[in-house]
Structures are given as C-alpha cells and as structure tokens.
Design a protein around this ligand. Sequence first.
Ligand code: ZN
Ligand code: ZN
Length: 279
Amino acid sequence: MSGLDIVLLGTGSPLPDPHRAGPSTLVRGEGLHLLVDAGRGVVMRLAGAGVIPPFLNAILLTHLHSDHICDLNDVITTHWVMSPVTVPLHVYGPVGTQVVIDGLLAMLAPDISYRINHHDDLNEAPHVIVTEVVPGDSFEVAGATVRVGGTNHLPVEPTVGFRITAHGVDVVLAGDGVPCEQLDDLVQDADAYVQTVLRADLVALVPRARFQDILDYHSTVQQAAETAERGRVRTLVLTHYVPAPGLGDYDEWRAMASPFSGTLVTGDDLTLCHVDPAP
Ligand SMILES: [Zn+2]
Ligand SMILES: [Zn+2]
C-alpha cells in the first residue's frame, strides 16, 4: 500500500463528551502503526480502527497535557498483557516524558505484581523505552522517518510536533498550539497536516475565566487554515474540536477554514483520511 492512513481516534478535548474520545491519532501504513498522543478512550478507539496495542511500533507524544496522555497507562498495560512475549514499547516525547512514564509504571506496580504472580508465562514487567526529543531531532521507526519540530503552546513547554515520512508521503501532527515559525517550517509542502483547533467565536461566549484562558494557546480554525495555506499543504485535517461540533455544525467550521485552498478533512472519532503520494 502506498501512502498513509490518518485515523482520528479521538476528536474531543478535556471536556467530557459521550461521543468523542480524547486527543489521539493513528498514522498507519504498510507495516506501520504510530500512535500520536493517548487521550481518554484511546484503546477503545484503537480497537475501533482494528488495531490492538501490540501492533504499535511507537507512541509519539506532542506534549504532556493530561488530555493527551491520560489513557497512556491503558496502552502500556494492554500492550504488555496482549503481547505473547514481553516486547519493548517505544515512546517518543518531549523532555519530561520519562518522569511521566516512571510515574505511570509506579501507579501500575500493584497490577504488574498481581499479573506476574498469577500467570506462569508472564515474568517481566512492561518494558517501556522512552526517548525524549527536542526540535531538530529525527529518528527512524519501522521504516518511517520522523522529524521533530517546535510548536508554540506557551505557557506549556516543552511541546513538539512530528513530521512522519513514509510510503511516499509526509504527514505532520502538530498537537496543540498557535501559529509560529517553527510550525510553518514543519508543515512546509506536507501532504497532510493535522491540527488541533478551537472556535474562538464560541469559546469567547463562555463567561468563565478558565475557559477564556485557552484562547491564547490554541490555533483557531482560521489560523490552522492560514498555516496550511502558507505551507502549501495538500490536506488539512482538523481535530480536538473545542467546543465539540453538534450535528450539522461541521459546515460552519469548514467555512471558517476558507483561507485554505486544499483538501479539508473534518469529522467524528474514527474518521479515516487516506493520504496518497502527490501525483
Ligand atoms: Zn495542550
Ligand atoms: Zn489538548
């Protein structure tokens, strides 16, 4: 198969929603399964996409905000118990990822001991290999080249985006943040660019300071469209919708992306976008 699939596993946000899992995206190609972020319900949505955690070649974390990592422990446990022999789970993320993984493994310690004591064929704890990355790094996973770029989600830092090159296409997962030069550089001429977005017009209506605070560190739909257009991206994929679009609302969201002249993808959990090599 040439090209890559982008599957929006979770299109929600920290706001609980019965129909939207938390932020996570699957990038899939021949022999390749990369999970980007691991928000609420990620393992259920992976199953919905026909993927179990042992299939994953690696997990890439854009940042350590809870909505992006809150079900990482479930990925670790399920990867561990479903693998016939203990195999390493590779996690790439910004500086601080090792501390988070150490904490998750400490939290899982009772469960790990129960299962090792109970199952004769399970003798080792989960083997999670963390690689902390900074903008400018690149690494190889299962034949894919992954380039790490900077993003601007201040005051949250460090945060990173990933440009995955495999099977003839370049796909960028930007995570959360507002437009910046480093992001422009990361998305330049990409075949697809996945951006988390909010509707500033709707968020501005909520009379709570804590809600207003999110306006200054997330791209609006229009900003995502402008970044994509500047970068001459072929396909822009929107996710992590704040607030969640209701039935029939996507048209409004799409209209706000009018600065972008390429292919625009919006949708609910498990929306699949196949990215073919440029003709
Ligand atoms: Zn965030
Ligand atoms: Zn987020």
